[in-house]
Design a protein around this ligand. Sequence first.
Ligand SMILES: [Zn+2]
Ligand SMILES: [Zn+2]
Length: 393
Amino acid sequence: MMSSIKRMTKALVRGQGATRHTSASRRAVASLFALMMFVVLPAQTRAVKTLDIYVVDVEGGNATLFVSPSGESVLIDSGNAGAGAVRDAERIMAAVRDARLTQIDNLITTHWHGDHYGGMAELSARIPIRNFIDHGPNVQPAAATDEFLQKTYPQLYGKGKHAVARPGDRISVAGMNVLVVTSAGETIKAALPGAGGANPYCASFKPGDNNAEDPMSVGTYVTFGTFRAIHLGDLTKNKEFELMCPTNRIGTVDLLLGLHHGQDTSNSEVLVHALRPRVAIMNDGTRKGGQPEVMKTLHSSPGLENLWQMHFSQLSGQEYTVPGLFIANVIDEPLVAMPVAPISAPPPGPNGPPAPVHNGTAYWIKVSAQADGSFSVTNARNGFTKRYGASAR
Ligand SMILES: [Zn+2]
Ligand SMILES: [Zn+2]
């Protein structure tokens, strides 16, 4: 039934291209097509053959939605807590609606920081979430998080299933492969197929500082045909080293996602340069991430064709930022120009000056990947799309 519908549709589309139709017959073809889509296709069946990835603007938090051609989905993180929770849940829902999802099949919460799980309850009130996946208990003192984990979280996953991820676990998603490569401070022990070579960047590695929760991040490696992407949550430098040294257990990727908002507690050359991403998409905020050290690592990363950023970051300035064409979001108060010099990040805590706010219209960056490894990236703010051919790998 389905395949005969697809053949009919193809024939109609071909027919449209091959001959000149009157506008009436074109209208008839269009309405027949719309009727078939409406009547025959169940909600989760998609007409597209691409893996689509929406990097949603959650203001220096994380929410990255993967939608397989099968219609099954994985959301990595759910945005900010507190005043940002409704805003971020609505922004995720905009991507969910664009992808025509009626449920989120898998929600991976990388770790227990408010910018990663904070929108979960609001999101769960808007769309069913089936599988809740995390690294296990919170390891950082935080009363609000402990309360969430004791009271709210069990109610949310009580409507679905709950699983604690371990490195090497596969998350079942029809049409794409999803592999956990880090969780709860552990990494995969064996190299992925085709990977495992010596990593030349290990020799110059410098350990970094970190809090307790970031290194616990669930890291996810996604493949679709020959297309490869990785999202390591907020995994910090020392764990990057454990994952990538002395041998590179991941190999190379087409797309590097997340980058811990572009902060300099992550993004060592051991990781970034060795992965050799062709494209990186940084989930930075208006004054979070994109510091000079990280930008230098990215701008000098071998084989990197483009860095895309969720935000203009004051920590980059014109000196280090990418062209605005590759940046999805501005701030509510329009700026005439971005200052040339980056500013330094104020010390963390409630006493610093507030970052520029962006509560208005937000735009995602959307990746559409083909099974042959080619993909396109679109900036929803300005409509700019760039296509990347299949890699020669
Ligand atoms: Zn924003
Ligand atoms: Zn974070």
